[in-house]
Design a protein around this ligand. Structure first.
Ligand SMILES: [Cu+2]
Length: 283
């Protein structure tokens, strides 16, 4: 039993260490070295995902620990030396009811928060801002239908141009949104299926040619949050990052004014800035 106690103590220590260091190493808006858990949450939906994940982790750890203890008891107390004449007992109504009912209770305890989370993700609240993200081979185009402007967002390929942006994630034109506002994201694909994903926001949704998918996020902290195309979409799939800059409402207003001048859509809806797209396909 001393061995069991020591094993439990070691397991608990490792678990606590992983939990503490996992938070310490969690990237804010981007992955970080030695990260063992999620990137830090920046939206209520991601908060819920983290909570659900933690709940599941405790549950499965308890189940696995319980089964391990049972196995050890059986190996120690009921091996051929310790228990040479085994009992021939079969069937025990109470135990059979317990091992049916308890797993049902566990499943319900998992299902209820799971459905609640799904509902939060899929039930899109009234949006303050809509942005359409079109996945293209291999970059993103962001359309702001309210502001009537559209621009392309391409990964910075030249490392000398990166500045303080992370390699393979930094882009020339970030999607900019105001903090604490509900943003509805519409996604579609131009030619093949892409997927729009930003880990800190807890969103990942396919961008499919010929149809519009929608999701939402409400970033509660200013900052820059990175994601990547998450559907294999061709040779440069790994090089079409998503960068969302969350700014104050005033800063967003100023940026949007500027963007309207720079990237206004023509009345027929065609974008005025096709240079970036041409440059990309020429590569
Ligand atoms: Cu893609």
């Amino acid at each position: 039993m001393l061995v069991l106690k020591r094993l439990t103590a070691a397991a608990v220590t490792i678990g606590v260490l992983i939990a503490v260091l996992g938070t310490a190493w969690a990237g804010d808006g981007q992955p970080s070295n030695w990260q063992t858990s999620f990137q830090l949450s920046a939206t209520p939906v991601m908060d819920e995902i983290v909570k659900f994940h933690t709940w599941l982790l405790y549950t499965i750890t308890a189940i696995a620990g319980f089964v391990l203890v049972l196995l050890i008891i059986i190996m120690v107390r009921f091996n051929v030396r310790a228990n040479p004449t085994p009992s021939r007992t079969t069937h025990n109504t109470l135990i059979e009811i317990v091992w049916t009912v308890v797993p049902v209770i566990i499943l319900v305890a998992i299902a209820v928060p799971s459905f609640r989370l799904l509902f939060t993700q899929l039930n899109i609240p009234a949006a303050d801002l809509t942005v359409k993200a079109t996945g293209k081979q291999w970059f993103w185009t962001y359309t702001y239908p309210d502001g009537k402007f559209e621009f392309d967002s391409l990964m910075i390929r030249d490392n000398t141009q990166l500045g303080d942006k992370p390699r393979l994630l930094g882009v020339d034109n970030e999607m900019v949104v105001p903090v604490n506002k509900t943003v509805r994201v519409l996604t579609t694909g131009a030619e093949v299926i892409h997927a729009f994903a930003v880990p800190s926001f807890g969103i990942k949704i396919d961008a499919i040619p010929g149809r519009i998918n929608e999701t939402w996020f409400k970033a509660t902290r200013e900052g820059i949050y990175y994601g990547q195309c998450s559907e294999l979409c061709g040779k440069d799939h790994a090089f079409m990052p998503i960068a969302v800059r969350v700014v104050s409402e005033q800063a967003y207003g100023a940026w949007a004014e500027d963007a309207k001048k720079k990237w206004a859509l023509r009345d027929d809806g065609a974008p005025t800035n096709i240079a970036a797209a041409e440059q990309s396909t020429a590569r």
